[in-house]
Design a protein around this ligand. Sequence first.
Ligand SMILES: C=C(O[C@H]1C=CC=C(C(=O)O)[C@@H]1O)C(=O)O
Length: 436
Amino acid sequence: MSAPAPDPVAPVARPAPRLVARTVEIDDPGPLLGLLPPGAEPFSWVRRGEGIVGWGEAARLRTTGPGRFREAERGWRRLLAGAVVRDDVGLRGTGPVAFGSFAFADASSAASSLVVPATVVGHREGRWWLTRTTTGESGPSIGATIPGPVSGAPPQQPDGPPPGTVVFADGAVSSPDWESLVGRAVARVERGELDKVVLARDLLARSSTPVDVRGLLRRLAAAYPATWTFSVDGLVGATPEMLVRTQVRLVASRVLAGTIRRTGDDAHDLALAASLARSSKDLGEHEYAVRSVVEALTPFCAGTNVPESPFVLHLANVMHLATDVTGVLRDDVSSLRLAEALHPSAAVCGTPTAAAAALIDEVEGMDRGRYAGPVGWLDSDGDGEWGIALRCGQVGDDPHEVRLFAGCGIVAGSDPAAELAESAAKFVPMRDALGG
Ligand SMILES: C=C(O[C@H]1C=CC=C(C(=O)O)[C@@H]1O)C(=O)O
């Protein structure tokens, strides 16, 4: 007699997936970004050759709305609770890691995600490692075994295709309209409704060939070595701004706000850097951003260190006022929890936060998606690095299309034409990397 057909409405006991991860030390495999294989979605968090890259997908958590950070963190802890890990290296970022990218706004239609790649290769302080992670159903059999042996370093991959011909078009708001909405925002600031607001615009790039994200990453890393070159779920860029990094109980944040364009003439650029460091408008704009970060970090810290004045960070396209804030954490708190507390800082939203967020909603005319949200990674101890997704683009479902973003801090006295020019300078890294 054949077995009865299963009842289609009966609940199926579905055990949580179980992560099984193994990390081994490997020899120097060459540049991390050269390891990304074609045909697999690349994950990247690399600066000056150090960091982590990944590909393949062992597990994915997708969240939306105001609870997107908490829900992702809970999901990550659930995955780790049943994980079987053998980590022969024991550094920050070894063992299972998740790359993540979070929407800027609570109401965004863009999903936020934490993704555990099947393969991760990392490099830090003269050591290289390889982590392979798989997911199985939980149960005694899989829990008893560690995948292995893990083979040696993955090979360097040949260069991808050269960039195609790229044409750019206005995004949600044309340049003249954006200039006039900046003018309206300046008036609102000068009326005393708020102190600062960061307004952004988008550009649509269309390439004659499918965009090769690996090529974008390599070109961004070569041209902008002081930035973190990231790629998570099609959001690709080179951010100079570190929202939060944790290492055991130490926390650090690089705050940027206040910008001047470079001219390409070194002597002139040095004079411009000096004028940026003295500009009361830029120093004020910067101070709001620093204060927002310090206020958000303070409840978590036994102590913080905030330099009295900013330094000037030189990038190939622009120079920024920059402050490195550091602190000692009071409790065991994850880097993702801190990223949630720090987001959105006044470098991407404004001061006061609620008034600035409301003005952005009212006038910007677009959903920022994951632009200006936290992007980075965390490990099984909760340590990680979360940058702010700036100088970036979102590759579309159609791989010929990329949506680029740039924003500018608006304070009393901001000049709309100068802000438009500044936003154009902030598009340069992605425009150049796309070959445009
Ligand atoms: C919002 C962006 O930059 C922020 C970070 C550094 C300097 C900024 C500024 O000077 O306006 C912005 O606050 C962007 O690049 O899209």
